[in-house]
Design a protein around this ligand. Structure first.
Ligand SMILES: C[S@@+](CC[C@H](N)C(=O)[O-])C[C@H]1O[C@@H](n2cnc3c(N)ncnc32)[C@H](O)[C@@H]1O
Length: 199
């Protein structure tokens, strides 16, 4: 039997964010991900949350789009990532007093302390990097809406990937009820963007 892959440490991501020319681009300049983030912004706007907590927020591309499009009565966004290089880059992208970014390891951090009013959880391209996302769902109150994406392709840092939208819904069926799963093309592969609710 093959050995389980090990989750990458924060230094792995720090090094990528320090050197990547792709991640240094603004959100709309990053092919494929720009479509993912814009679709997710539209879904988030439809849900009209008071607050948003983003898990594994990376260098703040999605937050930068949210800051542009969220209405004036939106209250609070919190982005969380264990890479302090990425969190520093978030601060350079977004200067909106309703937005804060914090460096924490989500395997142990109580992110629900940032829930305020009706809260939406967002997480793009993070759950495939970890094994503990079911523990994250268990921390969220029943009825919490969540937008998340996972890919159809492997990578050295991916602990899992999915062959279809149905396999995403089936993998998380005990924890989440699915409203919709969208296909975001990435060349001849896909990112699956799910709109679900915690059971
Ligand atoms: C592929 S990136 C996605 C970043 C961003 N969501 C995006 O859409 O570009 C995965 C992110 O998960 C973060 N991450 C991985 N393990 C983590 C953990 N245990 N706690 C917090 N963040 C973690 C990494 O630092 C990285 O920024």
């Amino acid at each position: 039997m093959g050995e389980l892959k090990k989750e990458k440490p924060k230094e792995y991501y720090d090094a990528i964010y320090e050197s990547s020319e792709r991640y240094a681009l603004p959100a709309l300049g990053i092919m494929f991900y720009n479509t993912l983030w814009l679709k997710s912004v539209l879904l988030a706007l439809e849900l009209k949350p008071d607050s948003i907590v983003e898990l594994g927020c990376g260098p703040g591309h999605f937050a930068s789009l949210l800051a542009r499009y969220l209405p004036a009565d939106f209250k609070q966004y919190t982005g969380i990532d264990f890479s302090d290089v990425s969190v520093a880059q978030c601060g350079e992208k977004v200067s909106d007093s309703r937005f804060s970014f914090i460096t924490e390891d989500l395997s142990s951090y109580d992110f629900t302390s940032h829930f305020k009013g009706s809260s939406l959880v967002v997480s793009h391209e993070f759950f495939e990097h970890i094994y503990f996302e079911l523990d994250l769902f268990a921390k969220m109150p029943s009825g919490t809406p969540i937008l998340f994406s996972v890919p159809s392709y492997d990578d050295p840092a991916h602990m899992k990937y999915f062959t279809s939208a149905e396999s995403v819904a089936s993998f998380y069926r005990d924890q989440l009820s699915f409203n919709a799963i969208y296909h975001i093309p990435v060349g001849d592969q896909f990112i699956f963007l799910a709109h679900a609710v915690v059971k």
